[in-house]
Design a protein around this ligand. Structure first.
Ligand code: CTP
Ligand code: MG
Length: 238
């Protein structure tokens, strides 16, 4: 069955403190996002990737995409929030009906462009679970206890750590389910939070199967994460 990937890459990476968005930062002579695309290119059953970027980085992204020959990559314009960028990416898969790689897939995988260490084994688990259950995601145990704070900066209450998990990527969805969820959600939800699984659960009442991921498949959030990515690639390439 056809599987497509949406890679949101339309953020500005504020938390890195760098002027270049983290997905375009050079890691061992190549932009970070090219490693993520390469990880998908290596998976034979993935035929189409939609990369969603900010308007001002579309030309740069096109020049990166030209270097990939074994998977079809389409570049589309993102939005002001992650949800909007993902929505635009999903739309790009509904426009074509000509049987090309970008024709409406059965399952869509959503994965952050700034998570270059994604592996085929996890992609397969997420994809199969999404096909059977409607939606699927990756989780990790929490390192810290999560507490809720008051707006004045006092402790409100704390959550029982064992009951909660960190939500990671990739996530998989039946394409029709996630599209319907985005169509049904209100403008408020659209801006609220960044969790696609929540939308699918809330608006389509689907199951969301959770799969435990590996700590090595982390997201680049801070500058130090870029340094970690570089040293990992240095090790694996030497
Ligand atoms: N993203 C996007 N469109 C947005 C915001 C985020 O496509 N309007 C993407 C980012 O490019 C990234 C992924 O969503 O690949 C995960 O988001 P995050 O790690 O928060 O990235 P940024 O929003 O760029 O970083 P920050 O929150 O530090 O500004
Ligand atoms: Mg962000």
């Amino acid at each position: 069955f056809p599987v497509a990937v949406v890679l949101p890459a339309g953020g500005s990476g504020e938390r890195t403190g760098l002027t270049t968005p983290k997905q375009f930062v050079t890691v061992l002579n190549r932009p970070l996002i090219s490693y993520t695309i390469q990880a998908f290119e290596r998976v034979s059953w993935i035929k189409a990737i939609v990369v969603v970027v900010a308007k001002e980085t579309q030309d740069l992204m096109q020049s990166i995409v030209h270097k990939f020959h074994h998977v079809k990559v389409k570049v589309v314009q993102g939005g002001s929030t992650r949800h909007r960028s993902i929505y635009n990416g999903l739309q790009a898969l509904s426009e074509q009906t000509d049987g090309s790689a970008f024709t409406k897939p059965k399952v869509v995988i959503i994965h952050d462009a700034v998570r270059p260490f994604v592996e085929e084994d996890l992609l397969l688990k997420v994809t199969m679970a999404a096909k059977d259950q409607g939606a699927s995601g990756v989780i990790r145990p929490l390192v810290s206890t999560v507490i809720a704070t008051t707006t004045e900066g006092y402790l409100d209450h704390s959550l029982e750590r064992a009951k909660y998990r960190a939500s990671e990527m990739p996530q998989g969805f039946l394409y029709d389910v996630i599209c319907q969820a985005y169509q049904r959600c209100s403008e408020f939800d659209f801006e609220f939070g960044t969790e696609c699984l929540h939308l699918a659960l809330h608006y389509c009442n689907t199951n969301a199967k959770l799969i435990e991921g590996l700590p090595t498949q982390f997201k680049v959030t801070y500058k130090r994460d870029l340094a970690a990515v570089e040293s990992i690639f240095k090790e694996t390439l030497s």
